[in-house]
Design a protein around this ligand. Structure first.
Ligand code: SF4
Length: 231
């Protein structure tokens, strides 16, 4: 069967972002910058239109970002399937950092893991929820993604234009495990107790198993490796 030829109507063109021409230079520069310097650039560039999305596996990114801007907006996606330990870490972080935190929850009728499967569940409980939070509120967002997390993240840039047309900044993309451990120890970063219980990566409880192999415990036994937020 011949492949359909895309028509003008079927191709969605996104206008290029004003920062597109600077991305290569910024990414080169940030390879040797500290996370605080990268967050500092983001805060100076985007001001109150910058948001940090936090997963509460630890408070590393929160610690870095709030030292730069104590009033930075932080968002947590409460999928309805988080471990009690993760919610405990959220409470501890609220006490320690006096966070400007917004907890976003999915719609009551959102797709469900058991009925609809993991792709639909992640799309409804994470991706759609973050999309709706960011829309109209943010020009840029910070994430705690690191290249060392997973082979699929090895080439992740520090700054990119994401599928939403927003600037996505990964200030710790280039940090190795030793650098993270050093920062955590030096700054007494709050760490989700599940890390000490053998969970190298922490997501929702039905989709996370203990594992020393980074994200190997996420959606274990399936081909799924990402929830779709980092696109
Ligand atoms: S990680 Fe699992 S439970 Fe959480 S949103 Fe994705 S599919 Fe649903």
């Amino acid at each position: 069967m011949p492949m359909p030829t895309p028509s003008a109507q079927s191709v969605t063109m996104r206008p290029s972002h004003p920062l597109t021409g600077e991305l290569a230079e910024l990414n080169d520069r940030f390879e040797t910058s500290t996370p605080a310097e990268i967050v500092g650039w983001a805060a100076a560039t985007f001001g109150r239109r910058l948001v940090l999305a936090a997963s509460f596996a630890d408070t590393l990114m929160i610690d870095i970002a709030t030292r730069v801007d104590p009033d930075i907006e932080v968002v947590f996606l409460d999928t309805g399937y988080h471990f009690a330990e993760t919610l405990q870490t959220v409470r501890q972080a609220m006490d320690r950092y006096a966070l400007h935190l917004t907890v976003m929850r999915p719609a009551a009728a959102a797709a469900d893991l058991w009925a609809d499967g993991p792709d639909a569940c992640c799309a409804a409980r994470k991706v759609t929820v973050l999309d709706s939070y960011l829309a109209g509120r943010a020009d840029a967002w910070l994430s705690g993604l690191r290249r060392a997390d997973h082979p699929g993240r090895l080439t992740a840039p520090t700054v990119s234009i994401d599928a939403r047309g927003l600037v996505k900044i990964n200030p710790i993309a280039h940090l190795g495990d030793d650098e993270v451990a050093r920062y955590v120890a030096q700054h007494d970063v709050i760490v989700n107790p599940l890390k000490d219980a053998g969970f190298a990566s922490i997501g929702c409880w039905p989709c996370t198993e203990p594992s020393v192999e980074r994200r190997a415990g996420r959606w274990s036994g399936t081909a799924k490796t990402e929830c779709g937020l980092h696109r």
